[in-house]
Write a protein that binds this ligand. Sequence first.
Ligand code: SF4
Length: 342
Amino acid sequence: MTCRAAHSPSPHERLTYTTYDDKVATRDTPPADPEARRVLLAAPRGYCAGVDRAVAAVDQALERWGPPIYVRGQIVHNRHVVADLAARGAVFVEDLDEVPPGERVVFSAHGVSPSVRQAAQTRELTVIDATCPLVTKVHKEAVRFAADGCTILLIGHEGHEEVVGTAGEAPDQITVIDSPDAAATVQVTDPNKVVWLSQTTLSVDEAAKTVAALRARFPALADPPSDDICYATQNRQAAVKLIAQEADLVIVVGSANSSNSMRLVEVAHESGTPQARRIDNATEINPTWLNGVTTIGLSSGASVPEHLVTDVLNRLATLGFPRVEEVVTTKETLAFAPPRVK
Ligand code: SF4
């Protein structure tokens, strides 16, 4: 697998962009060396183009038609985003059976299988498809390789919505592989007609290990035409890798069911930080984590709105970390056009 880095990080790109001294209130823990204490804020972080588009789709549907707007699954894997939209009239359902016939339904950024599209048609629902175009790309690859008669080994987490949707494109030809161990035992019909694809939000390094294990067993293994792990996942992991090398503690803002947020925590651990923690919001910071800490690394998953990060910075300022340096490893400019209403 060629996991292309969009840009080579360099220490010279660091810049101090803001401080939060004015927000210092009380300290829960006295700082050992207040001058040295700092927060390294990873960039890029937070919303990716696919999440931005999906959240905007629900937002705009609510504005245009008013509630209720049904959403299949969590629109993105962040409980704050879901709670905000629910408070405005979005109704989150697990199954289309819960949507009254003829209503409007939004498909989440993670995508759906063809059987769900069929069910929507049967119920005569108006679909607003917020599937991320980068997930759709993987679906199209699956359809094409399946039509060629290949066995598709889909590297991903069994049961994750995105994996369920992709696997549904060719259930008889797709096997989900979640680790190098699984790669060591998987059986295929024809070892000369095997291709691997992946979930978009995996750890780049872990996926590479799984691909290596597959290739050791199936030398003719074909690669996807381009990286399935998306640009946002790769960029956030590269930024976290860099800050984790200097941080005594890395905090990742993101929900527990967010694959890319969980991978950021793992990447931070593997990059050498002594502590890596995931939190949903600032209130979950335990001041004891900061004992003996001089440098905190901070990032957020691709489904996390920036105001949650700002809250964390404000809380860290009250805990003796008012100095913030943003570490920029690449700039993202990608944006997707809004979904069409079908
Ligand atoms: S994490 Fe990647 S694949 Fe998922 S919504 Fe964002 S850009 Fe799309």
